[in-house]
Design a protein around this ligand. Structure first.
Ligand code: SF4
Ligand code: SF4
Length: 419
């Protein structure tokens, strides 16, 4: 679709501003009632999904052209989808998240890019990673000595896909190593693509670089088919979202599980058990691309239709992604299985969770927004009285660690400590 295809949707936005708030029946108090970091930081309607619909509509009708500020606004969206969930509480025929990302793409196509965006995309093009400065040749260095199976040479039970952040961030690599050891300890034959591994491209999509994402996705799908991969297990929420929600559009049939879904299964089968007690109170942050955007892909092709020249709908009906069926229970069940761990919840959880700030490529292209969102979430975590803020995504973890103010861990670290 092009931005112009969204004009009926842009004009259907009813200015209710539900997209700026946690669904009203879930609000416990005014302090943690907002849901869109971009509009809270900038204090101006155009930064919210509502304003993005109106800006997009004005561009399509030719009433506005992108200024530098407008292009910057398109980039200041975490692609977190909180607006999408909130809007769909009352509206059935709008897709705010999809439109936000299309607006980013439209600005890019019209040449309104930033140096930070181009740096990230250059890294994807030349080194097949979203981490500027990282080298493809050193992508698998983190896994040295782990005895991973090269799936091109021998069969494995699962393809372990660490993702760019775990592969290259020196402060996180130990967690990726622990993840592999946990799986191997449970008797799982763990494989990788070795030198053939490359970025999933999911963050390129979130940033609006659709053609670059598609190219990467198709190349990866060809690689998985060649290697006979049937199941991918990943500890990264962005990679999970790319494989589960975006790749099927290009014909991928490979199954994907977030590692915590897989560990939940192993615990249930008695293949993974704990021997130590941790005596720890934690609060869990739902990563956006594992939670509300972790719902499975549903194929759809259709057209917009008006009933009695008034009521908009789609024929056939579009799949309705509302965030409620994402991956929320597996991380909590793994935490509950660890002896001595007490989980206390924040106010904004599950599909109405507040973003960590790293989504949409914003940790690179909108660092002020990224830092603001992370600090706000840390405040919410501290409010629970938890000793540790735990999550299930390296991007969230790194962003919270940069924000400071509370100890941050991946659930995998706790699993390892309790074995
Ligand atoms: S995007 Fe949805 S929730 Fe936001 S103002 Fe428009 S109709 Fe209301
Ligand atoms: S996706 Fe997130 S940051 Fe972007 S407009 Fe919606 S709520 Fe705000």
């Amino acid at each position: 679709m092009a931005l112009s295809d969204y004009l009926p949707m842009q004009e259907r936005c009813s200015n209710c501003s539900f997209c700026k708030w946690v669904p009203f029946d879930k609000i416990n108090g005014v302090r943690f009632a907002d849901n869109c970091p971009s509009v809270v930081l900038n204090g101006y309607n155009t930064y919210a999904a509502r304003g993005r619909f109106h800006m997009g509509g004005a561009i399509v009708r030719g009433e506005l052209e992108y200024t530098d500020t407008m292009a910057d606004i398109t980039r200041q969206c975490l692609a977190c989808g909180a607006c999408d969930v909130a809007c769909k509480i009352c509206r059935y025929n709008l897709e705010p998240l999809e439109h936000n990302i299309e607006l980013k793409h439209d600005a890019i196509v019209k040449g309104k890019t930033s140096p930070e965006q181009l740096k990230v995309m250059e890294a994807l093009k030349t080194e097949q990673t979203m981490i500027p400065g990282a080298k493809k040749a050193s992508r698998m260095d983190w896994a040295e000595g782990l005895g991973l199976i090269d799936v091109f040479e021998a069969p494995a039970d699962v393809l372990f896909f660490a993702g760019c952040k775990y592969s290259y961030d020196a402060s996180l690599q130990e967690t990726a190593r622990k993840a592999v050891k946990i799986l191997q300890g449970a008797g799982v034959k763990v494989g990788t693509l070795g030198r053939g591994e490359a970025c999933c491209g999911g963050r390129a999509y979130q940033m609006g670089f659709f053609e670059e994402f598609e190219e990467r996705a198709k190349a990866n799908i060809r690689g998985y088919e060649k290697a006979g991969v049937k199941l991918i297990v990943t500890p990264c929420s962005d990679c999970y979202h790319a494989f589960k929600r975006l790749y099927p559009k290009f014909g991928s049939e490979v199954k994907v599980l977030h590692i915590l879904e897989f560990l939940e299964q192993l615990i249930g089968e008695g293949k993974l058990s704990f021997t130590k007690e941790l005596d720890l109170t934690v609060t869990y942050h739902d990563p956006c691309h594992l939670g509300r955007q972790g719902e499975p892909y549903v194929a759809w092709e259709g057209v917009e239709k008006k009933i009695r020249n008034q009521i908009h709908t789609w024929d056939p009906p579009r799949p309705r992604y509302i965030g409620a069926y994402g991956i929320y229970d597996a991380p909590r069940n793994v935490l509950k299985a660890i002896p001595g761990v007490k989980l206390v919840e924040m106010e904004r959880i599950r599909e109405y969770s507040w973003c960590c700030g790293a989504g949409g490529g914003c940790s690179e292209v909108a660092p002020e927004l990224s830092s603001f969102a992370a600090k706000e979430r840390v405040e919410e975590a501290k409010y629970t009285g938890a000793q540790v803020l735990v999550t299930a995504c390296p991007w969230c973890r790194a962003n919270f660690e940069n924000a400071g103010g509370i100890e941050v861990k991946d659930i995998l670290d706790l699993v390892c400590e309790a074995l």
